[in-house]
Design a protein around this ligand. Structure first.
Ligand code: SAH
Ligand code: SF4
Ligand code: F3S
Length: 440
């Protein structure tokens, strides 16, 4: 038997790309590939790319340039670009970087085995179609291998919202939900392989409306089905849009014990003028009322968000409205970005904010968000939380896991195993994590 070929995948961007990279590795596993942690001994290199901001997209070309030497030494090495840059720039990638053998868009991963075979024969292959078939259904080379206690599971892809700054509707295509029975089968399989916590993924996950036994199901109904899966202990989902936050989902946060008290609910900005220009279809006030309703259902829920500063025509007063909104919400975590002009999106054509001004706003916003994040984390001290252990810590006898609120928690003198859940009393709060002790 010939030695297995080696596959090196580098993943950029969001959790959906992490999930997709796992699926690609499985698909190529059927073609005799095993994963390697270094590009140096790889027979195939795949970059799973992100197009969301200019920096992310440009990184791909510098990364590709670094493989020149490797390819010269090893002419049989195949190099592929997958993900959202592949979708957005397709042919352009092959033109800009001739060492690329294969370009595959996010909806065509099930065709990778055929594409790999063609590339092996020396062909340049490109597939950025949006085929009708469910790529995940066709990607069925799942090994039954044991895996870690947490997993992502994509339930919905694409987006129809067309926020004026965003490439996702173009790179991932229209919003599509996977049928519930397939998701439940996949969840069952994950649990049998050791998974205790599943994060349901979608660019607009709370718009989920996949086919169920009695018609389309909401995300909350899907969560209640997953709640019945024995051995599955925790359910999370990301990313949600404020306008799709239905009553049954809010209610589930109060009543479903497996649904974790953490909600990532991006608002992007606090000025109604800017929200309107972003095509977000909600106001600052409606978002704040929504947060109130969610907190009424689950008072201790940790709220997370995304922000863009320096969106075209954002004034200092508009930015101040973002700071006010942040003060009103009190975020447990947040991601904030300087607006990045994306070719082909509506906002790209509008008057841009001075980059220095945008940098300054980003710094001020991040200072406030960091302060809030720290306050929320510090407020955990003295409280009892449940921790799912994910790995051994750096110190002997120490274990590290995540609390219900997704805080990293270090526990000393811990006799628990990876995958165990335990009650932990939080003793102190550090820069990026908490420390606690097991409660007997
Ligand atoms: N589907 C999710 C997230 C999409 S991308 C949602 O609707 O919220 C993740 C985050 O990247 C966005 O929430 C937004 O804050 C940021 N983002 C998207 N496009 C951007 C751009 N052109 N410039 C800067 N940040 C951007
Ligand atoms: Fe992008 Fe808006 Fe869709 Fe989120 S809702 S993926 S920000 S277009
Ligand atoms: Fe990036 Fe595509 Fe995800 S653009 S954020 S990898 S959907």
């Amino acid at each position: 038997m010939s030695a297995p070929k080696k596959l090196f995948i580098k993943t950029y961007g969001c959790q959906m790309n992490v999930y997709d990279s796992e699926r690609m590795a499985e698909a190529l596993g059927g073609e005799g590939y095993v994963e390697t942690k270094s590009p140096d001994d790889a027979d195939m290199i795949l970059l799973n790319t992100c197009h969301i901001r200019e920096k992310a997209a440009e990184k791909v070309y510098s990364e590709l340039g670094r493989f020149k030497g490797l390819k010269a030494e090893k002419p049989d090495l195949k190099i592929g670009v997958a993900g959202c840059v592949a979708q957005a720039e397709g042919q352009e990638i092959m033109r800009r970087q001739p060492l690329v053998d294969l370009v595959v868009g996010p909806q065509s991963y099930h065709r990778l085995p055929e594409m790999e075979a063609k590339a092996r024969e020396g062909e340049k292959v490109l597939d950025t179609d949006f085929p009708e078939e469910d790529k995940f259904e066709k990607l069925k080379n799942r090994p039954k291998a044991k895996r870690g206690p947490t997993a992502f599971l994509t339930v919905q892809e694409g987006c129809d919202k067309f926020c004026a700054f965003c490439v996702v509707p173009y790179t991932r295509g229209a919003e599509v939900s996977r049928p519930a029975d397939r998701i439940l089968r996949e969840a069952q399989d994950l649990v049998e392989r050791g998974v205790r916590e599943i994060t349901l993924l979608g660019q607009n996950v709370n718009a989920y409306h996949g086919a169920g036994a009695n018609g389309d199901m909401t995300l909350a109904q899907l969560i209640w089905e997953l709640d019945k899966v024995d051995g599955l202990e925790r359910i999370r989902f990301t990313t949600s849009h404020p306008n799709d936050m239905q009553d049954d989902l809010i209610e589930a946060h109060g009543t479903c014990a497996k649904l974790m008290p953490y909600l990532h609910l991006p608002v992007q900005a606090g000025s109604d003028k800017i929200l309107k220009r972003m095509n977000r279809a909600h106001t600052a006030e409606s978002y704040l009322r929504l947060i109130e309703r969610i907190r009424a259902a689950r008072p201790d829920i940790l709220i997370s968000g995304d922000f863009i500063v320096g969106f075209p025509e954002e004034t200092e007063a508009d930015f101040q409205a973002t700071l006010d909104l942040v003060e009103g919400v009190k975020y447990g975590t947040a991601y904030s970005f300087k607006y990045s002009t994306r070719p082909g999106t509506p906002a790209a054509e509008r008057p841009q904010v001075d980059p220095k001004e945008a940098d300054d706003r980003l710094q001020r916003l991040q200072a406030l968000l960091t302060k809030q994040q720290r306050e929320v984390q510090d407020s955990m001290v003295g409280r009892d939380v449940t921790v799912l252990f994910e790995k051994a810590g750096r110190l002997p006898g120490q274990m590290v896991g995540k609390s219900d609120y997704l805080h990293a928690v270090h526990v000393a003198d811990c006799d628990r195993a990876i995958g165990d859940l335990a009650r932990v009393r939080i003793l102190s709060s550090g820069a990026n994590s908490l420390a606690g002790a097991l409660i007997d």
